[in-house]
Design a protein around this ligand. Structure first.
Ligand code: FAD
Length: 400
């Protein structure tokens, strides 16, 4: 029977392995991940884990799950090269392992912004459990935290730090928060919230350098304006880059992620890519790389069906995302980046339209409306603004 080898052991990899067994794959499944321990969930790292430090709750599946399902798992094992002609991968320790089908589920890593000193040891980043542990250890002894980057992770962390009594400053170079992923109205809503909570959020604040200091001296963050801020903990959270170098070195097309077609296959029929590392064809012609649990999960399910011969058509799913910042739960259905016009429909709901069709719905603390939005967006013909206006933007009524 076929051997399916997965590079990476994160959300996408574990979901794929589970679905392959569910769909009846009888061949071997090997997950090779470079992190230690059982595969775990990343979203809580900037949320609940910052507060409770409970790593056990993060585990995706217990060891018994992998044993019962005969899913072989290598941890702290890094794939360093792929030989597509010979269908083998090579690990850091020199071992080579053969495959019939190879799946890249290598995820992403934090981007390194062009800030002098940002990659120095002691400057915090947050992607892995190891990072989160290190931050938690330091947070206890911190009075002031500085977050570089006003995106989801920086703001989630800021909310947790502020609640823990750490005076927190968020420095965002752009003119609004979470600009890549939310509408201006939602940016403004969260800006107001964070400021009310006591966080010092600065927009248009460009960091040029983080000064090397001897502990226990505070870190010094230099802004383009000449201002210097001091903090006991500096977290750099300025977005991620796909882990696509391995695929690229193996001669596969990559551009902001590993290029795949609508079936999630690379140009090599024996190689697929899913999750944060994959650049998939999007709804409006452009390729998109989604960094979300939804994408990792849905793409894994889709690929499992293709690899077991249960399906093989085009991957299509409504993207959705959430972010918890203090008491505010933001949920996004669809992609705001696709919208060309936004309509604020009542409190805490923003609809995005393109060519007069609904493409995104952002809600704050409105889970029912979020679920309705996902249902509506999954329909063949998303509604027009007029059709939604006619029901007073009552998505739940419309979805029935
Ligand atoms: P990953 O989870 O990144 O897993 C990839 C794994 O592959 C990693 O362990 C990596 O080390 C390993 N790897 C890479 N290269 C190799 C190699 N050569 N050999 C072996 N192993 C390798 N998403 C949401 O939808 N909602 C949220 O609220 C949310 N919050 C988040 C908060 C934080 C702090 C972070 C970091 C992410 C958050 N995300 C959230 C994003 C979400 O976690 C990712 O979209 C998801 O983890 C992607 O899964 P993946 O399997 O594609 O990649």
């Amino acid at each position: 029977a076929e051997r399916i080898l997965v590079v990476g052991a994160g959300h996408a990899a574990v979901q794929l392995a589970a679905n392959l067994r569910q769909e009846g794959h009888e061949g071997s499944i090997i997950l090779i991940g470079d992190e230690p321990g059982l595969p775990y969930q990343r979203p809580p790292l900037s949320k609940a884990y910052m507060k409770d430090g409970d790593a056990e709750r993060l585990v995706l599946k217990p060891q018994s799950f992998f044993e019962k399902n005969a899913i072989e798992r290598r941890e702290s094992a890094r794939v360093v090269s792929v030989d597509r002609a010979g269908r083998t991968v090579r690990l850091e320790d020199g071992e080579t392992i053969g495959y019939d089908h190879l799946v890249f589920a290598t995820g992403a890593r934090n981007a390194r912004p062009p800030i002098e000193g940002a990659d120095r040891e002691g400057i915090a980043e947050l992607r892995s459990l190891a990072h989160a542990r290190a931050i938690r250890d330091r947070l206890e002894a911190s009075m002031r935290a500085i977050v570089v980057g006003g995106g989801f992770i920086g703001l989630e962390f800021a909310a947790m730090a502020e609640a823990a009594g750490v005076a927190t400053t968020v420095l965002e170079a752009g003119s609004r928060l979470m600009a890549r992923a939310v509408s201006p109205a939602i940016s403004a809503r969260f800006l107001a919230h964070h400021r009310l909570s006591g966080t010092d959020v600065r927009l248009g604040a460009k960091v040029v350098a983080i000064e090397a200091r001897q502990s226990p001296d505070p870190e010094r963050v230099h802004l383009e304006s000449g201002e210097v801020l001091e903090g006991d903990l500096v977290l750099v959270a300025t977005g991620v880059r796909a882990n696509s170098e391995l695929a690229e070195a193996a001669g596969l097309a990559c551009e902001n992620g590993i290029t795949v077609d609508e079936t999630l296959s690379t140009e090599d029929a024996a190689v697929s890519a899913i999750g944060d590392c994959a650049a998939v064809p999007g709804a409006f012609g452009a390729r998109e790389r989604l960094e979300s649990i939804q994408a990792a999960t849905d793409q894994a399910r889709h690929l499992a069906r293709r690899l077991t011969g249960k399906g093989g058509g085009a991957y299509h799913a409504v993207p959705w995302f959430w972010s918890d910042q203090g008491p505010l739960k933001l949920q996004i259905a669809g992609l705001t980046a696709e919208a060309r016009a936004f309509v604020e429909a009542g409190e805490d709901m923003v609809l995005g339209f393109r060519e007069d069709r609904l493409v995104s719905v952002e809600t704050v603390n409105r889970p029912g409306d979020h679920m309705a939005a996902r249902k509506i967006l999954a329909g063949d013909e998303p509604p027009s603004r007029a059709a939604l206006e006619a029901v007073g933007f009552d998505l739940r009524a419309f979805a029935k």
